[in-house]
Design a protein around this ligand. Structure first.
Ligand code: G3P
Length: 217
């Protein structure tokens, strides 16, 4: 399973990248707004900076909701860097746009996936990635991980090339469960990635080793 970081924060991207396990970055309009980035020029520059920091797929989301607008935005985004993947919302014009991008050699990430039917449509249109939102499904009282299991099964049976990119990750256990369920990629907040490092027995064991090491140092 590949690890992406789900943020537009450059310090967090740097920290995850320095761990040596980072395969890519996903952003969305909310994450960009959180960093206070405003205006087309600043947004484009920010994506360029991220692409220069991480050698992997970088998802940049369109904000148009009509076919023509999405195509125009997507063309500008892919011109920034070869690693840009155009993130497109799961709506009717989004599916049309994904089909057009696929036919024109542009890779896409279909976002806001909450059901298997949506993921099947996106895969059929040729999306490079589908992004099921695990945490938001959990928040609504359903089990987000059920969808990852279901997509894993369907994509395997159907032989879809589209990768399952588990998103809306809220904790380290989500990451572990995604790996178990067969997600191809997990895009995570930095805290959830760092949370994987932690175990109290590791801390206790290390403290004891260091204490004993003093005896022969
Ligand atoms: O990038 C999309 C997704 O990961 C959003 O997560 O935490 O806002 O539900 P969240």
């Amino acid at each position: 399973m590949k690890f992406f970081i789900d943020t537009a924060n450059l310090a967090q991207i740097k920290e995850a990248s320095e761990l040596g396990i980072l395969d890519g970055v996903t952003t969305n309009p909310s994450l960009m707004a959180k960093e206070g980035i405003k205006g087309e020029e600043a947004i484009m520059q920010h994506y360029k900076t991220i692409c220069e920091m991480v050698d992997g797929d970088i998802s940049a989301e369109v904000i148009s909701t009509d076919f023509e607008g999405m195509i125009a935005e997507g063309k500008k985004l892919v011109a920034i860097h070869k690693n840009i993947v155009v993130k497109v919302p799961m709506i009717k014009d989004g599916i049309k746009a994904i089909k057009w991008f696929t036919e024109n050699g542009i890779r896409t990430n279909c976002t806001l996936i909450f059901s298997a039917g949506q993921a099947i449509l996106a895969a059929k249109a040729g999306a490079s990635y589908v992004s099921p939102f695990i945490g938001r499904i959990d928040d609504s009282g359903w089990d987000g991980m059920d969808l990852i299991h279901q997509l894993s099964q369907i994509f395997s049976v159907q032989g879809y090339k589209t990768e399952i990119l588990a998103a809306s990750i809220r904790n380290p256990n989500h990451i572990i469960k995604c790996a178990e369920a067969g997600a191809d990629v997990c895009t995570c907040p930095l805290d959830s990635i760092l949370g994987l490092l932690k175990h109290p027995l590791t801390d206790i064991g290390l403290a004891k080793f260091l204490e004993d090491a003093k005896k022969f140092a």
